[in-house]
Design a protein around this ligand. Structure first.
Ligand code: GTP
Length: 631
């Protein structure tokens, strides 16, 4: 739809094809020269604007509405009749603080897509003034002044600098039909990337020239370019923006929400096993369900509403805290007391609520700071898994949480860097990174879910192995565990030039102890004997409960005599001092039989020979050591 304007002799700008007539008023803006303390940078002084009126761009309308309609800021621009395009700003930060918009110094000329019209724009910030006098232009001397409604037509484009983007608004500055002038307006940061995309080709051309701006020839050709081309590019931009916008939301919220629900479902299905894993998985499932609900709700409801952002932020915080607790539980960190936990949740929610009511900017910052703090807290809770992982599952979990914390660091950075108007997305990263964030956050719950299951499995595996290798009563190696390590042990001893010796020990008349004092006392005796045996042996010596009241030791000795002496020490350690169990005092003796395990020999053969020696010791009167010959 083309906008045509006429400026009446009284300075009234009329919109013929648009719905809203432009209002006019006295010139309130200062000119560049009288308002700018520093000289504006300029390009191609002397070029005159002689182009046709630009039609309304949906992009521009949208951006105008978003950037200005939603704000009550006012912006006044002065447009000189001729002269270079320049934008004065005292300083970027000052302008930003006044306008809340990404203002730059003199912008470079627009890219080739856009018709260039040299105008001087002076920003005079009276930002809190009401709309629609947000944007007013002062016609050049001799031309009728006009005031510019923000809904005025324009075309979307960007500067070729790749840093600063503008939305170029059209106006008939001189009040003559068939002419138009463009005023640079900062493109909201959210759309910069996309606008730039549409202008890629001309920008490259411009950059390729290696000059700070287009040549005058390029200027002229740009000015001659049919305005329709510019409009088509703007329309393409707008379509792209709309498509990207919906994709962003889908990715970031709905798909992300389903990812969280999928993780929750996966955990609920896997809820089995012992109490610890059941609790951890249930908590994680609850956390992901809350997060999923918040994300899907936020993605589906009306886009302009602000409350879904708050609900999503709150659900994200609560969900993260629930998962945080579950992970602490999983890695064995002592739980935080319930009152402290609840007060932490309440404090964070309150903080977000206050920030939300203070405005979009403070809410975004508060949310990102909370997100970063929580992600760092999660990483800190599992730091042991990061520094000294016991298995691959722990490494994967720690790496995922580190990545998660990293995404918050970058998101916070993007928020601080964000120059455009606020939007209802929680994340301020720009496309295509926003889509990447959406995909990552959709996958993260599934990843974390898989890691939690992996960790639970690894823990169960460890427990089973421990149970299989450690005798429950005595705490010594089981027969199976000893059998598993014999080959390696023998090779090691032989390599050091030592003699491997197998020694069997048996408690004498143990049945009598059981019969006299009961099985309970019998167990106590077995535990006490185990303690004395392991205390009398060098650390690391393989000692197992071979079965019942029988023990097996693998001795590493210089020769059989030395092994016999060690066996004698063991016998003395057990039988030398009676055991005291409360008022009961018991003297327990052991008989020992040993046999060498030569290189190339079979372990079971050595055990059989040691057993024969033990039998001899029993028959020899018990409480003695017998060593089999080397032969
Ligand atoms: N309390 C207790 N008793 C056990 C355990 N394992 C085996 N026993 C008992 O140990 C006793 C072994 O008795 P025997 O094999 O007859 O040998 P003994 O009485 O020690 O006699 P000698 O070996 O000939 O000196 C049996 O009564 C078993 O029930 C155990 O784990 N706890």
């Amino acid at each position: 739809m083309a906008w045509r304007r006429e400026i009446s002799s009284a300075g009234t700008v009329m919109s013929h094809s648009g719905e809203r007539p432009m209002t006019t008023g006295p010139v309130t803006g200062k000119t560049l020269s009288d308002s700018a303390p520093d000289t504006p940078r300029s390009t191609n002084r002397g070029s005159a604007a002689r182009t046709r009126v630009a039609p309304t761009s949906s992009l521009c309308s949208r951006v105008s509405a978003a950037a200005m309609g939603s704000r009550t800021d006012s912006l006044r621009t002065n447009v000189a009749a001729t002269g270079p395009m320049s934008i004065w700003s005292p300083s970027r930060s000052a302008m930003r603080s006044e306008t809340g918009l990404p203002l730059t110094d003199t912008g470079p000329p627009p890219c080739g897509t856009c018709t260039f019209a040299p105008v001087t724009v002076t920003w005079i910030s009276q930002w809190r003034a009401a709309m629609p006098s947000a944007l007013s232009t002062t016609a050049p001397p001799g031309a009728a002044p006009m005031r510019w409604s923000p809904a005025l037509s324009g075309t979307g484009s960007c500067s070729p600098s790749g840093k600063t983007s503008f939305i170029l608004l059209s106006c008939n500055g001189e009040g003559r039909a068939g002419q138009h002038r463009r005023v640079s307006y900062p493109c909201p940061g959210r759309h910069r990337g996309k606008v730039r995309q549409a202008c890629d080709a001309p920008r490259r051309t411009w950059r390729g020239s290696g000059r700070p701006g287009p040549t005058s020839q390029a200027f002229k050709s740009a000015r001659r370019r049919p305005i329709q081309a510019s409009n088509a590019a703007s329309a393409a931009c707008a379509r792209r923006l709309r498509a990207m916008d919906s994709i962003d939301i889908l990715f970031a919220y709905v798909i992300g929400g389903f990812g969280a629900w999928a993780a929750a479902l996966m955990m609920l299905i896997a809820v089995q096993g012992d109490r610890l894993h059941r609790d951890v998985l249930l908590r994680c499932a609850l956390g992901f369900a809350v997060l999923g609900a918040g994300m899907v709700l936020s993605g589906l409801v009306e886009r302009t509403a602000r409350w879904p952002t708050l609900t999503l932020a709150l659900s994200a915080v609560v969900a993260t805290l629930v998962i945080y607790r579950a992970l602490r539980q999983l890695v064995g960190v002592p739980p935080i007391p319930r009152p402290r936990r609840l007060s932490e949740i309440a404090a964070l929610c309150l903080l977000l609520l206050v920030a939300w009511s203070a405005g979009s900017r403070s809410f975004a910052l508060a949310f990102h700071l909370v997100g970063l703090a929580l992600s760092l807290g999660l990483t800190w809770a599992v730091r042991r898994a990061l520094l000294a992982p016991r298995n691959a599952a722990e490494t994967a979990m720690a790496a995922t949480l580190l990545f998660y914390a990293g995404t918050w660091v970058f998101a916070l950075y993007a928020t601080l860097q964000h120059d455009g108007p606020e939007h209802r997305h929680l994340l301020y990263v720009e496309p295509p990174l926003l889509a990447a964030y959406g995909v990552s956050y959709a996958l993260l719950p599934l990843l974390v879910g898989a890691h939690v299951l992996n960790l639970a499995n690894a823990r169960l595996d460890r427990r089973l192995r421990r149970q299989a290798s450690t005798d429950e009563l005595s705490g010594l190696l089981t027969r199976r565990a000893l059998n598993e390590c014999t080959g390696k042990w023998q090779a090691d001893v032989l390599e050091r030039g030592r003699q491997p010796v197998v020694v069997l020990l048996d408690v004498d008349h143990f049945k009598r102890i059981n019969d006299t004092h009961g099985h309970e006392r019998g167990d106590q005796v077995l535990r006490a004997v185990s303690g004395r045996l392991s205390g009398a042996l060098p650390a690391g010596t393989p000692l197992s409960r071979w079965g019942g009241e029988e023990f097996l030791v693998l001795l590493d000795a210089a020769d059989l005599d030395e092994a016999g002496a060690t066996a004698e020490r063991l016998r003395e350690a057990v039988g030398g001092t009676p055991f005291a169990f409360g008022a009961t005092c018991l003297r327990v003796t052991i008989s020992i039989g040993g046999a060498p395990w030569p290189a190339g020999g079979v372990f079971s053969r050595a055990v059989a020979k040691a057993d024969a020696a033990l039998y001899a010791a029993k028959h020899g009167g018990r409480d003695q050591v017998r060593m089999a010959d080397a032969g």
